[in-house]
Each structure stands twice: as structure tokens, then as C-alpha cells.
Ligand binder design. Structure first.
Ligand code: GSH
Length: 214
């Protein structure tokens, strides 16, 4: 059985969500962040990358959520939440599977530049580039959700599982609020949040959940 090593309040909640969508059994092992808000030593010892999520599946120890999600979908879920290479939406699926890392890399650069005390002025090339990229990402998101019900096509897929955390929980990294300025994205977030598997997963491992007793 797959064990999800869940770091309390982190994007490892998406693996719980995936398992609930697929109706697969799993064991949840909960870890709390340290006082520095980072993963504790016990968590970092699981995988050299030291980031959440990590899963174990028999002898396999795997990190990086994009890889984990596709691995579980294909190996344990019969590919039913993936988009097949023959599908016309396959290129979109691949693109939106990268949305998570795409947006987060921009936000991390923004935080680094800001914490170095640099001002967001027009002659600050890093701030200009980061701002332009961030705007482009949200523009692409609005455009995609204006033409397709889900990111990977007409069907809910792993691309949606990969993307929701960024739209609901990334305020702490300065992510843009999903408000009336992003109407297609806002409607999408409401639609996807209503899914029973999403609600169940968030109750188990989402931002408002806490370590189960015992
Ligand atoms: N691209 C990675 C990002 C992983 C990541 O940054 N995880 C955060 C949690 S949201 C983390 O491990 N933070 C704790 C730490 O860095 O100590 C993935 O999707 O798995």
C-alpha cells in the first residue's frame, strides 16, 4: 500500500486528494513543520530532496509531486486521471502539469528579490522579468479556462490536482488572489472545490486539518 508522508500544511495534500479521487487505499503519516516552518529532520531524512510530498510504495521512495501524481495515476489508477498521448488535449495536459512548478519558481524569485531589499522598480531586471512572467502565467490560465472546463481538457485530470494548491493556498508566498479580476479561474476553483473527493481530502490533510489523534 502507498504511504503518503504528509507535511502539515503543504502541497502534499494533493496526493491525499488524488488517492481519494481514485478510490485507492493509502496510509497517511503526518509530520508537523518545525518552529522555522520548514520540514523537520525526520521528514528531510526520507528523501535527499527533503521536500514534501514524499510517498513510499514498497521499496520505492519518491519525491516531487508532478512525478508522484503521474506515477500513481498510471501505475495504480489505470491512467484514468491522466490524458493519453493520442488525445488532442495531451499537449495542454503536459503544459498544465507544469503549472505548479512554473508559478512557484516565479514566486520564489519574487520573495528572494524582495527579501534582499530590492525595490520593484522598472530598472530592476529581476523584478520586471518576474512580474511579467507572473502576469503571463495568470493570463494563460484565464485563457485556458475560457476555452476548456478543466485544464487538461473536458475531463477532470491530474493537471487539476496539480494546480489547485496554487490557487487556494499559496497566499503565504504572495500568490495572487483569485478574485473577480480572474473570472474563469474563480469559477473553476468553485467548481473543483465542490468535488466530494476534494472536500474529503482537505478535511483529512488540507490547510485547516490537523494531525489525527493517536
Ligand atoms: N516542486 C516540489 C515542491 C516541494 C516543496 O517546495 N514542498 C514544500 C511544502 S509546500 C516543502 O517541502 N517545504 C518544507 C521545506 O522546504 O523544508 C513538489 O511539487 O513536490
Amino acid at each position: 500500500m502507498i504511504t503518503i508522508h504528509h507535511l502539515g500544511v503543504s502541497q502534499s495534500d494533493r496526493i491525499v486528494w488524488l488517492m481519494e479521487e481514485l478510490g485507492l487505499p493509502y496510509e497517511l503519516k503526518w509530520y508537523d513543520r518545525g518552529d522555522d516552518f520548514l520540514a523537520p529532520a525526520e521528514y528531510r531524512a526520507l528523501h535527499p530532496a527533503g521536500t514534501a510530498p514524499v510517498i513510499t510504495d514498497g521499496d520505492l521512495v519518491m519525491a516531487e509531486s508532478t512525478a508522484i501524481v503521474e506515477y500513481i495515476s498510471q501505475r495504480h489508477g489505470g491512467g484514468r486521471l491522466s490524458v493519453h498521448p493520442d488525445d488532442p488535449d495531451y499537449p495542454h495536459y503536459l503544459y498544465w502539469m507544469q503549472f505548479n512548478n512554473n508559478l512557484q519558481s516565479v514566486l520564489f524569485i519574487k520573495i528572494a528579490v524582495q527579501s534582499a531589499g530590492m525595490e520593484p522598480t522598472a530598472d530592476n531586471i529581476m523584478m520586471t522579468t518576474t512580474g511579467r512572467r507572473e502576469e503571463g502565467i495568470y493570463r494563460a490560465l484565464e485563457q485556458r479556462l475560457g476555452e476548456s472546463e478543466y485544464l487538461g481538457g473536458p475531463r477532470f485530470s491530474c493537471a487539476d490536482i496539480m494546480s489547485m494548491f496554487n490557487l487556494t493556498s499559496l497566499g503565504m508566498l504572495g500568490a495572487r488572489a483569485i478574485d473577480d479580476s480572474l473570472p474563469n479561474t474563480r469559477a473553476y476553483v468553485e467548481r473543483v472545490s465542490a468535488r466530494p473527493a476534494y472536500q474529503k481530502a482537505m478535511a483529512i490533510a488540507g490547510p485547516a486539518a490537523s494531525r489525527p489523534a493517536g
